[in-house]
Design a protein around this ligand. Sequence first.
Ligand code: ATP
Length: 435
Amino acid sequence: MNESIEISVGIDDTDSPKGMCTTYVMYRFVNRAMAEGFEIIGMPRLVRLNPACPFKTRGNAALGVDIRLDQNKISVLKNMLLDTIFELSEIKEKNTNPAFVIFERKNINDKLVNFSRNAVKRVVELNEALSLIKSYATFSFGFNGPRGLIGALAAAAYDFPSGYTYELIAYRVKEMRGKKRLVDPKSVFEADAATRGCTFDNVDTENGEIKITPHTPCPVLLGIRGLDVNCIKKAFDLLKIEEPVEGYMVYKTNQATDDHIINLERINDIEPLTSVSIKGNVVSLPRQIKGGHVFVEITDGFDKIRIAAYEPTRSFRKVLMSLRPGDTIQVWGSYKPRENEPPTINLEKIRIINLAQYGKLMNPVCPVCGTRMKSEGKDKGYQCPKCKYKLKNAEKVFEPEKRDIQPGFYDVPPKARRHLSKPSFLVVLKDEGKS
Ligand code: ATP
């Protein structure tokens, strides 16, 4: 009998703004692998890499899957990957660098895992990926250039350090791609209401929009996010879909885990092209500029940085508009330096820890009838204009202003949420034993 081996496959960078989606390449590959009798271990992985990475075109997704197969079938699998990628990728687009990599699972070591975790948080070096692949991979291939190998390696070795969620992605038949997606929005709201809690972010109630259908000409019909596979399938079954569906696959993902976030104490430590969480005190009044973007400055006691809620974050901007100097907050967001602009954190969510007290000194209120009293002149006390009651030795009293915001978490609406960004209400899934 032949000995079986376990391998991890990573695929990335197969799409372009004109079409395709790497999840579809993975879907087709997994189906072919199963038809060949290869065993899929667990679920395919949909790994979102650094959302601030300048090389991404859309959601910076990379795909991984673990497979058990006969050792002597490895070349069959390799050819299957080559065929699938050649057949489906946007190979003619020179900025598309389709790539795949195969590791034996026993060779996935800390160096590879750390590289993959880093690719979610930072911009990583191609040379590092290439040297790790040279040392530990069984086989790798990059078309149009090697850049896609970064994501392929990351997705093959990724271990979900901050937990995971699921996404069911359904695919369109070829003839429908590029056409309007025929999914009844009302049924999406109904499916959401019937599964709320175990699915999330599938609609944006504030904006009255559904979130499950993309707007690109790619093979994805829709994606449903959630925490329970049966519940996601239930939501899918409740949808009214008026076009043929080629099929679907459920992925284990790092979406909504905040895995991209680097926790920092000092503004000075923020690296460009990363996403951070940091506490600070508000030091400026909010400022809304043309276009509707809102900016506020915060300090960690040493340095200052600007935080921003851009127009698409809609009602979230009101939270920023309610901040006042002296408020203590924690912010989550990405830092992408832009020419002629001060360093700015593009916010994903905010926690108001403490509100500074604002208010003014006022004349006392009449203890008899409750009317605001009038001053009788310097050091002469106060008299009530209504009941004429007099207070001889009274002083002005401090009356705190009512703030139109409370301490707590505030999220951008689902419509403006980054794939990796964790809604503050969500508790993600964790494998036992993971930190
Ligand atoms: P998708 O449309 O599938 O969501 P995308 O189109 O936004 O993804 P890709 O097509 O996967 O992005 O292209 C991103 C490219 O950037 C890939 O070649 C990948 O290897 C590379 N890349 C991704 N993350 C990093 C990172 N953290 N550092 C350096 N390069 C990266």
